[in-house]
Ligand binder design. Structure first.
Ligand code: 1GP
Length: 243
């Protein structure tokens, strides 16, 4: 295999992240809210969204985050949002999508277009696949992927074992974006994920919820709160770090 002409910095130690703040490039972020993110003690910032991941929006937000005190990762959900700069590139695969395109087809199609153009510059060691379980039927990702969201903890256990033990994907993301989820289901995922790292996101708006989710997840993700009540972000970080 030819060596890449570019040397990328080593990947950040994402397994050590207990609390991640997710910023949506499509949503206006006030300077005060960004300051609250920086002051919160969060372990990393991830850029991601189900819509509006245009190249311009992603580049604009990345440039505002140039002086971030923590690593900045990018969840690549569209081909055009795949831009250089982030410390880590998260590649979502929606395990429970009814449209199998989100389980590999869209990603393979994007790579097929990138390979002949920038193939030698792709930082493969900075790409991290995420086995998503999208579980809030009202969230955009669920509508987009036709996710089968009515999973019992026993069903989720099967998905966790498939992703973590059989496919040996490094990370499973229990996603309830917009609503606080079923902690029994999260527990079942954690117990059956084998060596996979378990991430929880969705509806965390207080230290109490952060603590409940952090009891089972290795990492919790907070998104909406940044836009709704940024001053409360810090209590979610403290709860995650206290567990
Ligand atoms: C969204 O999991 C994240 O992808 C966080 O969810 O916006 O509900 O905090 P919230």
């Amino acid at each position: 295999m030819p060596t890449s002409p570019v040397t990328w910095p080593p990947a950040p130690d994402w397994r050590a992240w207990r609390h991640v703040t997710k910023l949506d490039p499509e949503r206006p972020l006030t300077p005060a809210a960004l300051e609250a993110v920086y002051a919160s003690g969060t372990d990393a910032i991830v850029l991601g969204g189900s819509t509006g991941m245009t190249q311009q929006a992603v580049l604009d937000l990345l440039s505002r985050l140039a002086d971030a005190p923590v690593p900045v990762a990018l969840e690549v959900s569209t081909l055009e949002s795949a831009v250089p700069g982030p410390a880590l590139f998260l590649i979502p695969l929606v395990m429970n999508a009814s449209d199998s395109r989100w389980l590999g087809g869209a990603q393979a199609e994007a790579l097929a277009r990138l390979l002949p153009v920038v193939g030698e510059y792709i930082p493969w060691e900075l790409l991290l696949p995420e086995a998503y379980l999208v579980l809030n039927p009202d969230c955009t990702a669920a509508r987009l992927t036709g996710a089968r969201t009515d999973l019992a903890p026993e069903d989720a256990a099967g998905w966790a074992a498939l992703a973590g033990q059989v496919l040996r994907l490094p990370l499973i993301y229990v996603e309830y974006s917009g609503a606080f989820g079923d902690m029994a289901l999260l527990q079942a995922v954690r117990e059956n994920a084998g060596p996979a790292h378990v991430v929880y996101g969705g509806g965390i708006r207080s230290g109490r919820e952060a603590g409940l989710a952090a009891r089972h997840a290795h990492t919790i993700v907070v998104g909406n709160l940044v836009y709704e009540a940024p001053e409360r972000l810090r209590e979610t970080v403290e709860a995650a770090h206290g567990n």
